[in-house]
Design a protein around this ligand. Structure first.
Ligand code: PLP
Length: 371
């Protein structure tokens, strides 16, 4: 048989596919255990907004119809929330979709995209999938104020006349660290206007209101700025796949040209619209996360494990030894965490913050495994 991989586009041949967290059903199948908790994909341990669920139930009888391809009701709600015009919004099948669309729309094999080491694994995939050059810039070291964080000076230096996109996750995944308003705004101000700066704010909601670095406030100031948001994390709708980009209307127009006409499904549209309105569920989610984060940080301190201070719903923990056996031991105890060896972080695991009860169970398991 011929090697079909060799028939694929060059960029596709070279890319390393995304490795998702292990699903609960898979661990059940493999080890025959039950009562499993998944702390691997930064999902919301409290579930989803009851208002969103109710709204979906109300339209479930209409799914023979195509969704509203323009997502009018959701865009209207988002426009009000962010104080932008509706034509500045691009909806995506998850924000992942929007990230890929941006790469497809703006990159070619002659151009490059810049992103940081230890940042979201989707950036190099999106860049390489269109045959463009991916420029991964080494992150800051553990021994800095921003362990494993973006080295913005180095990223600025890496931008050349072939750079068309820069991806920044703030807060960052898988590390959890964040850039201050001053750092991020100072960076964007120095990027040439023909380079699109994508600020991925998938975890923004988890910062306290007074600490949130919301780049969408600067959209009028920087025409090359694109901010992405998701309903997958704090809003608890990961399974529906819905996210969006905010940008100037020219950029939104470009992305919308290649967007599949019905990329966001009917249930996702209505659920997201109602999730925005459910302030109570969001507040509860943030509060539970803050509590859980405290418990896990304490667990790490008790076990003398260092971690990256996190503004997200997860913690990157350094075990200072190969983390693969630790991952396995936690699996045996019914706890799924996330290996990050694919990022080159062989000694670390990324652990999602669960409910306080789940964090207590994790505490016991980690004590047994690492104590
Ligand atoms: C989870 C995550 C996303 C969101 O992905 P969706 O496709 O919206 O589910 C985007 N960026 C980062 C950095 C993430 O961690």
């Amino acid at each position: 048989m011929i090697d079909y991989k060799l028939l694929a586009a060059k960029g596709v041949q070279k890319l390393s596919p995304y490795i998702p967290g292990k699903p609960i059903s898979e661990l059940e199948r493999e080890m025959g255990i039950s009562n499993i908790i998944k702390l691997a994909s930064n999902e919301n341990p409290l579930g989803s907004s009851p208002l969103a669920i109710k709204a979906m139930q109300d339209v479930i009888g209409e799914i023979e119809l195509y969704p509203d391809g323009n997502g009018f009701a959701l865009k209207k709600a988002l426009a009000a929330k962010h104080n932008v015009d509706m034509d500045c919004i691009t909806l995506g099948n998850g924000s992942n979709d929007v990230l890929v669309l941006l790469a497809e729309a703006f990159l070619t094999p002659e151009l490059n995209g810049v992103y940081s080491q230890y940042s979201f694994a989707v950036y190099p995939i999106a860049i390489q999938a269109v045959g463009a050059v991916h420029k991964q810039i080494p992150a800051l070291s553990w021994e800095t104020d921003s362990p494993l964080g973006h080295d913005l000076d180095a990223m600025l230096k890496a931008i050349d006349d072939k750079t068309r996109i820069v991806f920044i996750a703030n807060p960052n995944n898988p590390t959890g660290n964040h850039l201050s308003e001053k750092e991020l705004k100072g960076f964007i101000a120095q990027v040439p206007e023909d380079v699109i700066v994508v600020v991925d704010e998938a975890y923004l909601e988890y910062s306290n209101a007074d600490e949130q670095v919301d780049a969408s406030k600067w959209l009028n100031e920087f025409p090359n700025l694109v901010v992405t948001r998701t309903f997958s994390k704090a809003y608890g709708l990961a399974g529906l796949r819905v996210g969006y980009a905010l940008s100037n209307s020219d950029i939104a127009n470009v992305i919308n040209r290649i967007r599949q006409p019905f990329n966001v499904n009917s249930l996702a549209l209505i659920a997201a619209e109602h999730a925005i309105a459910d302030k109570e569920f969001l507040a509860k989610s943030l509060q539970e996360n803050a509590q859980g984060l405290k418990i896990l940080a304490q667990t790490c301190n008790n076990l003398n494990l260092r971690f990256v201070p996190s503004k997200g719903n997860f913690l990157l923990i350094d075990f200072q030894q190969d983390a693969a056996p630790i991952y396995m031991e936690l699996l045996k105890r019914g706890i799924i965490t996330r290996p990050v060896a694919n990022y080159g972080l062989t000694d670390a695991l990324r652990i999602t913050i669960g409910t306080q009860e789940q964090m207590q169970r994790l505490d016991k398991a980690m004590e047994q495994v690492c104590g």
